[in-house]
Design a binder for this molecule. Structure first.
Ligand SMILES: [Mn+2]
Length: 269
């Protein structure tokens, strides 16, 4: 009856199976949480997507930027990047079922009894948990509606880069999506920086990891996130659990058991 949160898989199907064997995952009893970016860059995104979908309600997946990119490709709103490894999904006979399942995944998951919240990139420092829940739902509602193509067409771009409650329309949805799926560093006032992607050690002085802002409004929440492989699984901040350990970059894939915080890893070299 365990719940495990698993970091970014990015198409590394064999490593995912090895990790599930190592934790002795029992699909009749256990539940898996995925931090998103199930697909892309790795060798078998189709295998990962089919497998996670097949788990039904034994899994909870929050959407990452690569998952949204796949959805945008299938809806014809974006062109593939040279580094994408999504062709097998695009040509799969069950493609439409897989994408329809994917677009119904949430951007944020909160479990009150376990007292954990999970998103792909983290919780914007100026949001309370209650705010974040309701803002994520605003985007989910449109992603799951007939308005999806228009949302995807308007989803890309780095502006507006600073949340405020007055934002409206697609600018508002884009800003929410960027905080939930692309955030790493912010300025002290909570403005997003989406350009610097390097190590914390070499960061520009004005930037802080989102979870280190002194004014952060959600420090009492236990937050699980992925997206940021160069953290190597360590945020060094209480209640902030970084689970992307760079499987697709040859490092490792991590599962954390929520009941006791114990971590299990398989190496992906
Ligand atoms: Mn990501």
């Amino acid at each position: 009856m365990a719940v495990y949160a698993i970091g970014d898989v990015q198409g590394c199907f064999a490593e995912l199976q090895a990790l599930l064997a190592k934790i002795k995952f029992n699909p009749d009893q256990d539940t898996l949480w995925f931090t998103g970016d199930l697909v892309n860059r790795g060798p078998d995104s189709l295998g990962v997507l089919r497998f996670v979908k097949s788990l039904g309600d034994r899994q909870i997946t929050v959407l990452g930027n690569h998952d949204l990119h796949l959805i945008a490709l299938v809806y014809g709103v974006k062109e593939a990047h040279a580094s994408d490894t999504l062709d097998a999904i695009l040509q799969a006979p069950d493609r439409d079922d897989l994408i329809d399942w994917l677009r119904h995944c949430p951007l944020l998951h909160y479990d009150a009894s376990l007292n954990y919240v999970m998103t792909h990139a983290g919780l914007a420092p100026m949001w309370t948990l209650q705010q974040a829940l309701s803002l994520a739902k605003e985007v989910e509602k449109v992603l799951q509606s007939d308005e999806i193509i228009s949302l995807l067409e308007n989803m890309y771009g780095n502006q507006p880069d600073h949340w405020n409650d007055q934002l409206s329309g697609y600018a508002r949805l884009r800003c929410i999506t960027n905080y939930l799926t692309r955030m790493r560093f912010c300025y002290a006032d909570g403005r997003l920086d989406l350009s610097y992607k390097g190590e914390i050690a070499g960061k520009p002085e004005a930037l802080l990891p989102w979870f280190s802002l002194p004014s952060r409004q959600n420090t009492n929440e236990k937050i699980i996130f992925g997206h940021w492989a160069s953290l190597q699984g360590e945020s060094l901040v209480p209640n902030v659990f970084a689970l992307d350990t760079g499987c697709v970059w040859g490092n490792c894939l991590t599962a954390m058991r929520l009941e006791d915080g114990e971590r299990v890893q398989v190496s992906c070299g």
